[in-house]
Ligand binder design. Structure first.
Ligand SMILES: *Cc1c(COP(=O)(O)O)cnc(C)c1O
Length: 430
């Protein structure tokens, strides 16, 4: 369909990026299960390889099913373009790849998905990259951490695992002043609850594994570019501003303008890193996104009810849900994600680590898995699982203290979820 700002979110989540298949008229986006595409003739092939014409060459780079998903996510986020990847972690590497090089660093929030902290603090070193972790509520500390070698600021809209809401406009202002992009992991908010580009983000990354797919079937990731950053304003981003030897000295920013970052991610990133999403995964995620707004409204309503119930239970010490009036982030929810604070939060069980483990084992509807953003309600004790590699101080800083359990509230009946927590709390604190 033709796109316009006139279409609402519910329309775009179904139609953006999709059009009846030109060959068959198929109404649903077909799964183009092919690795390669026949060139019209030798000139066509040469034009494609020179990036003079946009088209399909090989599915490591582009595939029509994946392209439909890319266009849909870019539209929902209000971006200029998007590139899908094999997982959320792949998307993070892909997002940073055009910006980084040996000796360069990023400033990252200390409150991030546990796997992201591990990727940034351990695997980054193999590339000669590094991350400085800072409490993003301390804006002076964020500013102070930026140096001449910093190439991005990285945070999550609604940060894992505690559900903290990040002050995106304040961070965007700091990034702007430093001439570097703000990258926002919007996995736990989704573009339905928050569109970080509207708050000044340059790049948005997703684990599409979570709410965008919504049913726990496939892993995937996505990098969305706002198209607004001036990569040529300094010599900090030569991948985008300087001549590219692999394409006869072409300068991506000068040549492709607002699509420079997206084209670079395909023509260099996917070409050489190969972290490609497959068309089957794109199909499942396209299906999932069609109901994103309906699911997110229910996730939020359920999370609010469960969090309020837990907060009033004497067996619970505290609940971190930003949607609660008692949360220090409650005001920020109104400006950053007014439709709700997501469905991810932690609560502290009286009885500490042991009671948490017992609680997790006693729950019946909640599944004990290292995942979030599923239609099903999920639980995990971060300190003994996802955040296990961290020190206790790092765990506390990340909001994954030993005495807290993380919930990802699904779209079941809220009464059933509360009853399940009630019986498990009884066993855990007996
Ligand atoms: C799951 C997740 C990731 C990693 O995504 P994968 O698809 O598992 O690789 C990154 N960030 C957040 C916030 C996540 O929830």
């Amino acid at each position: 369909m033709t796109q316009g700002p006139t279409y609402g979110f519910d329309t775009l989540q179904i139609h953006a990026g999709a059009r009846p298949d030109p060959a068959t008229g198929a109404r649903q986006v077909p799964i183009y299960q092919t690795t390669a595409y026949v060139f019209r003739d030798a000139d066509h092939a040469a034009a494609l390889f020179n990036l003079q014409e946009v088209g399909y060459i090989y599915s490591r780079l582009t595939n029509p099913t994946v392209a439909a998903l890319q266009e849909r996510i870019a539209t929902l986020e209000g971006g200029a373009g998007a590139v899908c990847c094999s997982s959320g972690h792949a998307a993070q590497i892909m997002a940073l790849f055009p910006l980084m090089g040996p000796g360069l660093n990023i400033v990252a929030s200390s409150r991030l998905y546990g796997g992201t902290i591990t990727q940034f603090s351990q695997t980054f070193k193999r590339f000669g990259w590094s991350a400085k972790f800072v409490d993003f509520d301390d804006l002076a500390a964020v500013k102070a951490a930026i140096d001449d070698n910093t190439r991005a600021i990285f945070g999550e809209t609604i940060a894992n695992p505690g559900g903290y809401v990040t002050d995106l406009p304040a961070l965007a202002a700091i990034a702007d002043a430093a001439g570097i992009p703000l990258i926002v992991d919007n996995t736990s908010a989704t573009p339905y609850l928050c569109r970080p580009i509207e708050h000044g983000a340059t790049l948005v990354v997703h684990s599409t594994t979570k709410y965008l797919t919504g049913n726990g079937t496939v892993t995937g990731g996505c990098v969305v570019d706002s198209g607004k950053f001036n990569w040529s304003a300094s010599d900090k981003f030569p991948s985008l501003s300087a001549p590219e030897p692999a394409y006869h000295g072409l300068r991506f920013h000068e040549t492709f303008g607002s699509l420079a970052y997206t084209f670079h991610s395909i023509a260099i990133g996917l070409r050489d890193l190969g972290m490609t999403m497959n068309p089957q995964a794109a199909h499942y995620t396209l299906m999932g996104i069609e109901t994103l707004s309906l699911r997110m409204d229910k996730h939020v309503a359920n999370a609010k009810r469960v969090a309020e119930w837990l907060e009033n239970d004497p067996r619970v010490d505290y609940v971190t849900y930003a949607g609660l009036k008692s949360s220090p982030y409650h005001k920020r929810v109104g400006s950053i994600c007014p439709k709700g604070a997501g469905a991810l939060f932690t609560f502290a069980v009286k009885g500490g680590y042991k009671a948490c483990v017992k609680l997790v084992d006693s729950l019946e509807i909640f599944s004990h898995v290292a995942n979030l953003g599923d239609a099903r309600s999920l639980v995990i004790h971060s300190a003994s699982t996802t955040h296990r590699q961290l020190t206790v101080e790092q765990q506390r800083a990340a909001g994954a203290a030993p005495e807290v359990v993380r919930l990802s509230i699904g779209i079941e009946d809220a009464d059933d979820l509360i009853a399940d927590l009630d019986q498990a709390l009884a066993k855990a604190t007996a």
